[in-house]
Design a protein around this ligand. Structure first.
Ligand SMILES: Cc1ncc(COP(=O)(O)O)c(C=O)c1O
Length: 385
């Protein structure tokens, strides 16, 4: 059989998690919490199953959950979205991204993504038969080069993949970035897929700029979210896509033959949870900011530098003062010599850049973060000696 994705192997996240388990290393690589979920959510899941929500959910998503999402959009962003026509529940953000890309592009089309790019984007574009053009965010600080974006647009450009707060750069897009995105897509047949899974994890009092709040971008965007991130439960695999009715209609045509419908009792449980705790999202920024600050303080005296982290549940570690090795090699050393699993940035690039960063996940118990910092400090001390 001829591979449709000849360059795709097992994702770096799966590989690193497997090796961390084998080596007994602390896993700050893959982005998932190592602490318990709210027990109330677990109760609501059991309750939903006992109540009998055990058969197919509606293809578009359980109405209770779509209504809860609509209330959430109103509460956090002052937006009114129609749960019938504009909100679709998906199998995590990953499915929303995949289905939106299949719906939006086909053979001969071009899609722009910004490197470092989340690893599911390009394979989804290729499977749709389209071409993914990857533009690096510029250093320092992973900034958008909007002139380069403009110069890259062709008559075949159909979609721009946007991500804020950004994994793995840990940056947040500014209002000016959204303006620029609106400007480059204006009067062209170009849609936007905005990956906003870390919408609530924005630090230092800043606010998240969603494409949904930009009236012009909202008209041509699929905005993608994840309950795995907001409920500290990546295993739930429930996300959603908010898009204008015409785009939603096309998205659902793919979704219904991709996953058809999403775990019914989990949807009912999340709907119940959001009704009971409508402000739970607001607690995420202070919760993760405390973890970010704890880790940064614990590493402050080391030879590692810590680039600003404006959002997401990650922190980059700059190892340039310690080593001139590439990030893949340095991450391997941290895994085997320091006993800390991290994620290098090279796999997020089409053409890996010589960047001195590895990514640490801060969605961990304080004790895990403290122990990781202890190991990293000891390693840095030994390398510097
Ligand atoms: C930027 C980004 N997009 C999408 C996803 C996928 O989200 P989900 O787990 O809901 O599929 C992740 C998960 O880490 C992510 O970091």
């Amino acid at each position: 059989m001829i591979s449709k994705l000849p360059h795709v192997g097992t994702t770096i996240f799966t590989v690193v998690s497997r090796r961390a388990r084998e080596l007994g290393a602390l896993n700050l690589g893959q982005g998932f919490p190592d602490y318990d979920i709210d027990p109330r959510l677990a109760e609501l899941v059991a309750q939903a199953m006992r109540t009998g929500f055990n058969q197919y959910a509606p293809m578009e998503g359980a109405m209770s959950l779509r209504e809860a999402i609509a209330s959430k959009l109103e509460r956090y962003y002052g937006l009114r979205r129609d749960p019938l026509a504009e909100i679709t529940v998906t199998l995590g953000a990953t499915e929303a991204i995949f289905s939106a890309i299949q719906a939006a592009v086909g053979a001969g089309d071009e899609v722009i993504a910004f490197d470092p790019a989340y690893d599911s984007y390009e394979p989804a574009v290729r499977l749709a038969g389209a071409r993914c053009i990857r533009l690096p965010l510029t250093q320092p600080g992973f900034r958008y080069d909007w002139d380069r974006v403009r110069a890259t647009l062709t008559a075949r450009t159909r979609l721009i993949l946007f991500n804020s707060p950004h994994n793995p750069a840990c940056t947040t897009a500014s209002a000016a970035d959204l303006e620029a995105l609106a400007d480059v897509t204006r009067d062209r047949d170009i849609l936007v897929l905005s990956d906003e899974v870390y919408e609530h994890v924005v630090f230092d009092g800043a606010r998240h700029h969603s494409v949904l709040c930009h009236p012009e971008l909202a008209q041509r965007s699929f905005a993608v979210f994840s309950f795995g991130k907001t409920l500290h439960a990546t295993g739930l695999r429930i996300g959603y896509c908010v898009a204008p009715a015409a785009l939603t209609q096309e998205l659902r045509k793919v979704h219904q033959f991709n996953t058809f419908s999403i775990a019914h009792p989990l949807q009912e449980a999340i709907a119940g949870y959001l009704r009971e705790k409508p402000d739970s999202g607001a607690g995420l920024a202070p919760f993760f900011q405390a973890k970010r600050d704890r880790l940064r303080a614990a590493l402050a005296g080391s030879a590692f530098a810590l680039p600003p982290a404006q959002g997401t549940y990650f922190q980059l570690l700059d190892f340039s003062a310690l080593s001139k090795e590439g990030d893949l090699r340095f991450a391997e050393r941290l895994l085997t010599e320091a006993g800390v699993a991290t994620i290098p940035l090279a796999p997020f690039y089409e053409s890996p850049q010589p960047l001195p960063f590895v990514r640490l996940c801060i969605a961990k118990q304080d004790a895990t973060l403290d122990e990781a910092a202890r190991r990293l400090n000891r390693f840095a001390g030994a390398v510097a000696a």
